[in-house]
Design a protein. Sequence first.
Length: 368
Amino acid sequence: MAPVSDIRVERRVELSFDDDAIASETHTNLSAVRQDGPCLWVAGDETATIERLTAERDADGRVIRYAGHRTVRLADFFDLPAGPDDEADIEGLARTGHYLWAVGSHSLKRRRIRPHHSAAKARRRLATVVREPNRFILARLPVATGADGLPEVRRRVKADGETRTAAVLGAHKDALTEELADDPHLAPFLALPGKDNGLDIEGVAAHGDRLYIGLRGPVLRGWAVLIEIRPRTHPDHDDRLVLTPLEGGARYRTHFLDLSGLGIRDLCPHGDDLLILAGPSMDLDGPVRVLRWPGAAVVDQPEIVPADRLELVLEPPYGDGDDHAEGIALLRDPGEPDERLLIVYDSPAADRQTATGSVYADVVALPG
């Protein structure tokens, strides 16, 4: 890897949420972010919703705040396997063409020990593994321009001679994990909880008809896993997705990246390159890095990507039990000459929160 550039947080941008999102603790559980013109799409991992925030600018046209919060309930667009209220653990958002994509973690969950639990109860909880079906979805949502000029999600859009529909993979016993059941690398990890180095999706990026799915775990002898798929509308059900066969007939391919033992925490396309937010696969604070895989979007075969083919872009800050970088997005701001990187954090530190329930994201320069 190339030497890391010094990171300098140029400024913080306030993300302001409504009372319902604050009550659901979405603002302190941010897991994904993507810019869409004047708006941000963000998601937390404790609901089955996506949030839209709209930019507010200073006199020079530079974004200083995202507010005007609107909530998108996934259950308004398709049936969720566990119903509308169970969390979907959305861990990645992607935006390309006419669609917004959202992916759940696809991970099993081991019960957490609380301080008040007795030793016996703690042992029982550590032996209990839960599968929450809403976590196992990949959602495609049509985006159109609303009457206010802002992007909005719709169930069905007719435009340019075609009909675009909201659709989902994973709501009909057809989750991506079913496809991986015989995978020689990943199948052994499907029965493990995400926090135990089991399968755990934490990022998605879109480039044309390709989706790249980043895994926080498993990490295989230090190598992180990236899954490439090409979803399309089911031929018989326009509210469902299927996977398009790739070259050779397989419906997915895996790429292995040497991230020095780290897992993938988010993905962000940058031209034909792929920016990768890397962090610990287990319950640790750091290290955290943003790396570039040059030319990732033009690769047409499974890849083994050694460390010397990756560029170390920057190292975001992280806290002690807080400030976990969870999402990255390119910030194209007409008030600034160059693209910046926006970073959102799970478990934000006290100085990243306001008394009114807002949180601050970091804006950093991308090294030239």
